[in-house]
Design a protein around this ligand. Sequence first.
Ligand SMILES: Nc1ncnc2c1ncn2[C@@H]1O[C@H](COP(=O)(O)OP(=O)(O)OP(=O)(O)O)[C@@H](O)[C@H]1O
Ligand SMILES: [Mg+2]
Length: 475
Amino acid sequence: MEGFQLKAANGKSMQALEVFSSAISFLKQHLLDAINITRLDDDRLEANDVLWVLTVPAIWSEKSKHFMIAAAKKAGIDKADLCIALEPECAAILGNKLYSNKNSSEVAKVGAKYMVIDLGGGTCDIVVHELLENGDAKEIERAIGTDAGGTTVDKKFQEYLGKILTMTVIEEMKAKYPADWKNIERDLELVKKSLNDCRGSAIVTLTSCLDKVYMAFNSICISEAFKCNEIEQTVKEHVDMQGEHRLKIDKLIIENMLREVFRLVKNEIQALLDKSEINLDYVILVGGFSNSSVILKEMEDHFNPIPVVRPHEAELAVLRGAVLYGLRKNPIRSRISRKTYGYRTKRKFEDGDPECQSYYDDEKSKLCDAFETIVTIGESVKTGDKVTQYYRPVNANQTAILLNVYSSEKKNVKYCNEEGVDKVGTLLVDMPDTTGGKDRKVKIEISFGKTYMQVEATDPNSGKVFNATFDFLCK
Ligand SMILES: Nc1ncnc2c1ncn2[C@@H]1O[C@H](COP(=O)(O)OP(=O)(O)OP(=O)(O)O)[C@@H](O)[C@H]1O
Ligand SMILES: [Mg+2]
């Protein structure tokens, strides 16, 4: 965790935990200040008076989710006041509420199956649910997604600009004039959002700094290069300069960039639907990128005749849904495990176990170094379900039990060193009181159905609670 660094556009690095916790801390303080300013009495709202709902993509790993919990803790939010919510689930709660109001429960009725697609900046996050009573739901397919969204279009645009001006010029521009480059990015953002209002072509303003960098490499300015046929012919068919700084691009070029991103998302969706044979009743489409009329149209055509519902201000759907999520108690009653999880264990050597996994303990018994499955990929786990295991210390003076946690996308895992099996973290149970020696027993209960993996450890005889923690941040 300590080593995880983020790099800024200017090449400077900073601890990721510092960046994330500062952002959370700012939002926390902003909310407290905004509320406290309206209070005339001394009854000030404190951080621990609030249930903080922190949303994360459903496809995030345990490591990423635990990282966010650590960042919230560093920002002064107690774990007891923190609720980790999965973004498409929040959107589902809002979408269903709006949809059932609008359609008098014609479609959004108990037993209906729907898909939520959260199309944001850098992630597309997809879940499939079945609607239960009281607006609750259960997950019926494991969450899928891909790293495609609005910023994928930005990258494609950058590559396209690179085709016109060369990537060397673009890279130099970013390194030398990062603030100015931001202006160009902002202009593209406007173009991307107002494609509907453009006629045949969109205008992106190229700054004088970009011209300066281009001149340094080509000895002429950009508009001159267009006039002197210095620009590749295939590109020139769709772009031109209007005056010195206005780059005129065929609207179709940008629309096609959006469609290319849509295709990435469509492939993910189709692979899931082909595999699962689910008959969807409706689709809830949210996230900033779904505001695009091109994307909405592509989605509607793809799902036709299944209705696609896009809430008003789709970029705020997760936020609004998160508030509803925080006010409800476990609105998602079960989830599908995205991976097989287990830990490294020593069990009796059995016929069929490879010799390389064998070893002998102090009593000369032949044991096997194996993987003990706790949950299997694709398994449906109720939110409140716990997997219970009992342990005893191996040594009388042992003050902790440490388990190595592994995960895999395979269904059947027997050994931790198999291909496709990775160590993802550790589970540490503190047992400081050594009274009882080897006869001490600990009951470990792991919850998988929640939004992130949680653990509790107790003495099964006395009920005494042991301090137990997952650590997914240092492998
Ligand atoms: N009308 C629009 N047309 C096209 N793109 C849009 C439109 N409105 C917003 N976007 C894009 O949506 C993206 C932001 O969406 P959103 O706010 O849902 O992302 P996010 O939640 O911050 O990111 P992520 O979900 O990937 O973590 C940006 O890339 C933005 O350019
Ligand atoms: Mg988002």
